[in-house]
Design a protein around this ligand. Structure first.
Ligand SMILES: Cc1cc2nc3c(=O)[nH]c(=O)nc-3n(C[C@H](O)[C@H](O)[C@H](O)COP(=O)(O)O)c2cc1C
Length: 326
């Protein structure tokens, strides 16, 4: 049993989720040997390329963990192949009222209704400008009105390797979402030549929902997106949230993620990379996503439940599966 399982998780889980996140955030500021703490192995078998960006491994940090982008340096040092900061909006946002995160330890899940709190694009650009680049980094930007999203992208773009458009707001209707996303991608594409990924909402196997999700992915691609991230949290009713609803992440998503990846890869005819996100805890989970056609995976909830040693177990396990495939 590692230190995190033995004492770290218990200490963090004795605090409410937002306080424990703040504690983790404060710790990440310390000059600790993050590389050793993460325990990631550097193995040439893990190296890959994502929309032209060279990665030391295909494991990324998903959006939402580092909303201000102030700890992307320490997080990159843990051994992530790439890190996504944000989601960032044009103006600062306080987010929804608390409570807005809850844990479900029996399912290794979280529910959140954060409402995208962040200090706004200008402040984040300043933070990024003085934060060391220890791994390729993406800025997640919100699907705001076009002028705002374009301003945000222009402010952040000089300091990142790519942009991830968070087109998964549970509030927008699907029809609106697809056309708005296509319009946004066209506007962003005209301003940046850097890789531009679109993160779509999760979709069930049910026909209508699947058709709508796949049409969002193909519309984004046709408008110039460099890749798709699949997917965001699953909308659920949850009375623990001040808003009465939230987004489910972690364990309950594990089995669905490779299915969605395979469907998107097929719909896009493999033209652009797909990044899997949702319930990846183990190297086997990551392997199933890669086998379904994903070029990389992203993790968030597993980091909360498994701690930083997750990087060691994922990289060691994946390297072993690559060798078995050889
Ligand atoms: C507390 C919390 C906050 C999140 N904030 C964001 C966000 O700001 N932008 C975004 O695109 N996704 C956000 N997400 C979603 C994650 O990036 C990811 O898509 C989702 O949690 C599924 O992956 P996981 O099961 O590995 O956590 C958030 C997730 C959590 C748990």
């Amino acid at each position: 049993m590692g230190w995190y399982e033995a004492v770290g998780r218990r200490a963090f889980f004795s605090l409410d989720p937002e306080r424990s996140h703040r504690l983790a955030y404060r710790l990440l500021r310390l000059p600790l040997p993050w590389r050793r703490i993460g325990g990631a192995v550097d193995d040439p078998a893990l190296m890959t390329t994502l929309a032209g960006i060279s990665l030391r491994n295909p494991i990324g940090l998903a959006a939402g963990f580092d909303k201000t982008c102030a700890r992307l340096d320490a997080l990159g040092s843990l051994g992530f192949g790439f890190v996504v900061g944000g989601t960032v909006t044009r103006a600062p946002r306080r987010g929804n009222a608390r409570p807005r995160i809850a844990r479900d330890p029996s399912r290794r899940a979280l529910v959140n209704a954060m409402g995208m709190p962040n200090p706004g694009a200008e402040a984040v650009a300043h933070i990024l400008a003085r934060t060391a680049r220890t791994a390729p980094r993406f800025a997640s930007i919100a699907d705001e009105p076009i002028a705002d999203a374009v301003d945000t992208a222009e402010l952040l773009e000089p300091f990142v390797d790519g942009i991830e458009l968070n087109a998964s707001s549970p509030n927008a209707g699907w029809e609106h979402a697809s056309s708005h996303v296509a319009e946004l991608v066209r506007a962003l594409r005209a301003r940046t030549s850097k890789p531009l990924f679109v993160k779509i909402p999760p979709f069930s196997g049910e026909d209508e929902e699947r058709t709508r999700a796949l049409s969002m992915a193909t519309a984004a691609r046709a408008a110039g997106a460099s890749g798709i991230v699949s997917a965001n949290t699953v909308p659920v009713v949850d009375t623990r949230m001040s808003t009465g609803r939230g987004g489910l992440s972690g364990g309950p998503l594990t089995a669905e993620t490779p299915r969605m990846v395979a469907e998107i890869v097929a719909a896009l005819a493999g033209e652009v990379p797909v990044v899997a996100c949702g319930g990846v805890f183990t190297a086997d989970d990551a392997r199933r996503c890669l086998d379904a056609g994903a070029v990389a995976v992203q993790v968030y909830t597993a980091l909360i439940y498994e701690g930083p040693g997750l990087l060691g177990s994922l990289t060691r396990g994946l390297a072993a599966t690559v060798r078995t495939l050889d």
